[in-house]
Design a protein around this ligand. Structure first.
Ligand code: BG6
Length: 481
């Protein structure tokens, strides 16, 4: 009889980032322009800027060669400061560091015949630095960006040609870093990626909702195929390494016990699990085939697509967890809760950005996903974006410690329930550019970065109170929270 009482030995504690939110150095060493680098800062804090790129704003962005209006061009200069940053992660005792490879550093327009050596060399150097401290890399192959050239030629993932371009890139990096990386992820938050400009180009808003859905689900299908091909490549290149998928997990609760609302919530959860159902179980679930029929969506598949998806499911399932939602069969008009559509839950508090905080929801998520898939799980993002204040050179961020403590407590509960959880990479261990709003002032980190929303500041790194707290959490393998 197993008696699990705590975090297992070897639990992978660490932090997670993405190339376009930290690296900067957008136009040097042969790098091509990525979709993230034409996105301006959101006009207000609760707006989302990723989807705002239109043909008109794109033309302005392409003509603009500075980083003033495009925060993801400057990041936090990790490209030149990675040694200092990794040393700080090591000081906290990180066992794992999640980052992504910028496709445009390796293939600037996506379709060159040979890769850009300077780009490959940068990640060699990052990996060597991590190895120095025994920090395992966890690499995302595609994190919310792609060569802009591919969106111009093929509408990004909407075009089937993008599969070949992507798998040329994945083959190169899987081979180059073979033996140095045990854990890979294909697409970050695959359920949201094709919903934005960053992966599907600017979709004509004049199209009907179903026509837009058609484009997005077709683009997604191409990602499913590309993800399975990358998994096949990894099996051949390094059979000991593991490939994971990555979902923005959005647990939806029924707004009332009325069975019609319970059913509405069940369907919302199915629509969220659809992505991992395909990537972990290897086939399209029938509830989605039915949804496609009802919305006149026809997925154009090549002959081998279903076989490759069925033959190369992922080894483990990773996900981000920030919030939960509620839904009803008929939503009240004023009930919009989080930044995504969903009702406000009266039992929960929210962050400064209106994201509702729900630690118990994390245990519910973990137990539900383990029951559904029986594959190892990995929490690769979780955290709170907050406005930090410098106080005599220090940042007293007890709100961040509280948030993380409560979530880690629930992780432990799930582990004791029997969930196989590989690790936890908290989002943004060092302050970085926000994905959704491109602000700098939405800070997640244990490490403060002296830069404001306009890019002003010394870029100096400062340890926050939470830095020392997380160090203790890791040192005691989660015993002292
Ligand atoms: C996830 C993304 O959606 O959430 C990250 O994978 C992102 O890229 C994170 O940064 C937090 O979102 P935001 O908008 O607060 O940066």
């Amino acid at each position: 009889q197993k008696n699990i009482t705590d975090f297992p030995a070897g639990f992978l504690w660490g932090g997670a980032t993405a190339a376009n939110q930290i690296e900067g150095a957008w136009n040097i060493d042969g790098k091509g322009l990525s979709t993230a680098e034409v996105v301006q800062k959101a006009q207000n804090r609760k707006a989302v800027s990723m989807g705002d790129v239109t043909q008109a704003t794109l033309a302005v962005a392409l003509a603009d060669k500075s980083d003033v209006n495009y925060p993801k061009r400057r990041g936090i200069d990790f490209y030149h400061r990675y040694k200092e940053d990794i040393a700080l992660f090591a000081e906290m005792g990180f066992k794992v560091f999640r980052f992504s490879i910028a496709w445009t550093r390796i293939f600037p327009t996506g379709e060159e015949k040979t890769p850009n050596e300077a780009g490959l060399k940068f990640y060699d150097d990052v990996l060597a630095e991590l190895a120095k401290y025994d920090i395992e890399p966890l690499i995302t192959l595609s994190h919310y960006e792609m060569p802009i050239a591919l969106t111009q030629k093929y509408n990004g993932w909407a075009g089937r040609q993008t599969i070949a371009a992507f798998n040329q890139f994945t083959e190169v990096v899987l081979k180059r870093y073979q033996g140095k990386v045990k854990y890979w992820l294909t697409f970050n938050e695959i359920n949201t990626g094709t919903w934005g400009f960053h992966e599907t180009g600017a979709i004509d808003k004049a199209l009907s909702e179903d026509e837009q859905l058609q484009i997005r689900y077709q683009a997604l299908h191409h990602q499913f195929v590309a993800s399975a091909i990358a998994t096949k490549q990894l099996r051949e290149i390094d059979p000991t390494a593991k490939m994971g998928c990555m979902l923005a997990r959005m647990q939806t609760y029924p707004g009332t016990p009325n069975p019609v609302d319970v059913r509405a919530a069940q369907f919302e959860n199915e629509k969220n699990f659809f992505f991992t159902d395909v990537q972990a179980r290897g086939e399209y679930p029938n509830y989605m085939n039915r949804y496609f029929n009802e919305h006149n969506i026809i997925i154009d598949m090549a002959q081998d697509d279903e076989t490759v998806i069925a033959t190369y499911p992922v080894d483990f399932i990773s996900f981000s967890y920030y919030m939960t939602n509620i839904t009803k069969e008929k939503m009240d008009a004023d009930a919009v809760g989080n930044m995504v559509v969903g009702g406000r839950n009266p039992y929960l508090k929210e962050s400064d950005w209106g994201w509702q905080i729900d630690p118990i929801g994390l245990r519910i998520t973990l137990n539900t996903m383990w029951d559904r898939y029986q594959k190892p799980l990995f929490i690769v993002e979780n955290g709170i974006g907050a406005l930090d204040k410098l106080d005599n050179g220090k940042i007293h961020d007890e709100y961040r410690i509280d948030y993380l403590r409560q979530h880690i407590e629930q992780m432990r509960e799930a582990i004791v329930d029997g969930v196989d959880l590989m690790g936890y990479t908290m989002w943004g261990p060092i302050d970085l550019i926000s994905f959704s709003t491109s602000e700098m002032s939405k800070r997640y980190g244990f490490i403060y970065v002296d830069q404001d929303d306009d890019g002003q500041g010394s870029l100096k790194r400062i340890r926050k109170d939470s830095f020392y707290w997380y160090k203790k959490v890791i040192a005691t393998n989660g015993k002292e929270l």
